[in-house]
Design a protein around this ligand. Structure first.
Ligand code: 4NP
Length: 151
């Protein structure tokens, strides 16, 4: 089983959207027994909070099922618990590399580096463009899953 943790700053917008988008793709392919998917924050700002309402609404528009969520923060001890940590922007990557002793097992990646875009997923908390975040996260998850399926 491959264990993937999606990571963003607050764990209420981008990384929970990625978690539930990816879970939906995995379910549709009947691969649920092969993957464990979750999401966490680099900050403690939103600890314990549910998915942000506009992120939930965007998931609903696209018919992506989601469950009750409680934002939590990554810790150094998480490094051995997961195979991959997928950050949304370069700040997430830099924070994780510091926390994880410079990532000796190469587990830390930026989501859109699996696509042609090779850029950050801007924080919709600030841009307010949740649809753009959704589209980019969906594209990133599709490409990531394609790579993982064939490996
Ligand atoms: P996220 O968005 O990193 O996509 O979950 C944010 C949500 C809240 C905050 C920052 C980013 N905040 O600072 O409270």
């Amino acid at each position: 089983m491959l264990k993937i943790c999606f990571v963003c700053l607050g764990n209420i917008c981008r990384s929970p959207m990625a978690e539930f988008i990816m879970k939906n793709k995995i379910k549709n392919l009947n691969l649920e027994k092969d993957f464990y998917i979750t999401s966490k924050a680099t900050s403690k700002e939103e600890s314990g909070n549910d998915i942000y309402p506009l992120a939930k609404k965007t998931l609903q528009i696209h018919h992506i099922p989601y469950q009750l969520h409680s934002a939590s923060t990554i810790e150094a001890s998480d490094y051995q618990k997961f195979d991959l940590f997928i950050g949304m922007d370069i700040n997430n990557i830099n924070t994780m590399k510091k926390l994880f002793d410079n990532d000796p097992e190469n587990k830390v990646y930026r989501l859109l580096d699996f696509t042609k875009l090779k850029k950050d997923i801007d924080d919709p908390w600030y841009t307010r463009d949740f649809e753009k975040s959704y589209q980019e996260i969906d594209q990133g998850c599709t490409e990531l899953l394609n790579i993982l399926k064939t490996n």
